[in-house]
Design a protein around this ligand. Structure first.
Ligand code: HEM
Length: 456
């Protein structure tokens, strides 16, 4: 492994005073961006009272944490502890229980699976786009709401084998979002014991109760019916735990919730940002549309199209560079270690930030410029492999990556091949939450080609 350059070989400390000043000035995202800009890849120690996490952004350090010494850096940081109350200790955890889930889900989302079920996924995209167009024709609809609905239509057969209806899937998504949102305080103040009440606790309990009440009968029914089928719930019902026995209903339920947490909001928000970016770069949008016309040739989306939509894939890659939804990926060090020459004592929380890594000028010249050419083959080959990690890397790398890429390029191509799209955006900056939603409402209007006023 090449050793990190000397400039990043020492830790910068950021005081609580500065943290508060930057939050007041630019909000939480302003703080993250300001700290990242100043550190330029060096490790940063955030002095947050009793909590002193290290912010890790340089690709060499990222490689050390996620690949070379991955067994030393585990989930268990505050965010995971809080999240664990919602998503359990299966796929969102560590150790043998995690591995049992990961085996099932990796098989369930493998290239082979996508080839076998691709026709169904592409058909879901086609139907979801028509449903969207029906609603977005007369007046602008809220892009985040509509992209969430669209994502639910596509994941429902993949997660549940359509055992639940579209409305129920939307309801589940809403409850997951409520539960997740109400954990924010606990995530931000990990040192507060669970017995001390905090804002969000009640909403969290209500949402998890509803989730359990909705999912449990679906799982029980699926188990009684034999759990056949290529969907992820069936896969989990066929899965075996570390003791060789079938995964229990609670494990399956929490994994399904974890899939929603991991795959729903991130996908919907990334698609929303794609529309914002296309509207701001009409030349790029025109090229995506030309490619869609060539590849889809006026017909419905097919799974093979995803591979042929080469430029559209680059556009999505660039959207995910600038808007890396997993903006913070925390880990805890099990044993003492070194990051370059920075000591990492056992028990230290490390926060990796794909959002900041993707903005380091050393690897991304003029980092704020939107430029899909950054993902041409040669540019990718010449770049540090860990300079780009929207889906993480190493043992916990996203299992839904190939699925999302297929889904998202088919969505862009299907919409642009059929409709003129108009995007309005009150405030196009992201806001720091569990993911990165837009601050202002993003409006979306779709009219059949040639009949509307488009800006992408
Ligand atoms: C834009 C879309 C997505 C983004 C940006 C994203 C990002 C990520 C990242 C960064 C991780 C690594 C977390 C870590 O290292 O701790 C991850 C893990 C995961 N993702 Fe995704 N993801 C996306 C979509 C999806 C979808 C659609 C699914 C499901 C079909 C999914 C399922 C998962 C699962 C189950 C894990 C945990 C893997 C493990 O711990 O072994 N993701 N994702």
């Amino acid at each position: 492994m090449p050793s990190p350059s000397p400039a990043i070989d020492r830790a910068h400390a950021v005081s609580l005073h500065r943290v508060l000043r930057e939050v007041v000035r630019g909000g939480p995202l302003g703080l993250v961006e300001g700290v990242g800009r100043q550190a330029q890849g060096a490790v940063v120690r955030l002095e947050l009272g009793p909590f002193r996490p290290l912010l890790v952004t340089h690709p060499d350090h990222v490689r050390h944490v996620l690949r070379d010494a991955a067994e030393n850096y585990v989930r268990g940081a505050a965010m995971w502890d809080a999240l664990g109350r919602l998503t359990g200790r299966g796929i969102a955890g560590e150790g043998p229980e995690w591995l049992a889930s990961r085996d099932v889900l990796c098989k369930g989302m493998s290239g082979g699976y996508l080839r076998r079920t691709g026709e169904g996924i592409a058909a879901s995209v086609g139907r979801a786009v028509e449903e969207l167009a029906g609603r977005a024709r007369e007046r602008p609809v809220d892009a985040v709401v509509e992209m969430t609905r669209l994502v639910h239509r596509v994941i429902n057969p993949v997660f549940f084998g359509s055992r639940i209806g579209p409305a129920q899937c939307d309801r589940l998504g809403r409850e997951v979002a409520t539960a997740l949102g109400s954990l924010l305080w606990r995530m931000a103040m990990p040192f507060v014991p669970h017995r001390v009440p905090m804002p969000g606790d009640r909403a969290f309990l209500r949402a998890t109760r509803t989730l359990n009440r909705t999912l449990s009968p679906v799982i029980e029914r699926a188990r009684r019916q034999g759990g056949g089928g290529p969907d992820l719930m069936s896969g989990l019902l066929r899965g075996r735990g570390p003791d060789g026995r079938p995964l229990g209903d609670e494990h399956v339920r929490q994994d399904i919730v974890a899939l929603f947490v991991a795959g729903s909001e991130s996908s919907a928000l990334t698609l929303t940002w794609a529309w914002v970016m296309l509207a701001r770069h009409p030349d790029v949008a025109a090229r995506v549309r030309r490619e869609a016309d060539d590849v889809l040739a006026g017909g419905p989306p097919r799974p093979g199209h995803a591979r042929q939509l080469v430029f559209t894939r680059r556009v999505m890659a660039e959207v995910m560079r600038l808007y890396a939804m997993a903006w913070a990926v925390p880990r805890v060090a099990r044993r003492d270690d070194m990051l370059g020459r920075v000591p990492v004592p056992a028990g230290t929380t490390l926060v990796l930030s794909p959002y900041l890594t993707h903005r380091l000028p050393e690897f991304w010249p003029d980092p704020l410029r939107f430029d899909p050419a950054r993902f041409e083959k040669r540019a990718v080959r010449e770049r540090h492999p860990l300079a780009y990690l929207p889906f993480g890397d190493g043992l916990h790398q996203c299992v839904g990556q190939a699925f999302f890429l297929m889904e998202s390029v088919l969505v862009l191509a299907t919409v642009l091949s059929r409709y003129d799209v108009r995007v309005s955006c009150a405030d196009p900056r992201p806001r720091l939450a569990v993911a990165l939603p837009p601050r202002g409402r993003v409006g979306l209007t779709l009219t059949p080609r040639g009949q509307g006023r488009q800006n992408c």
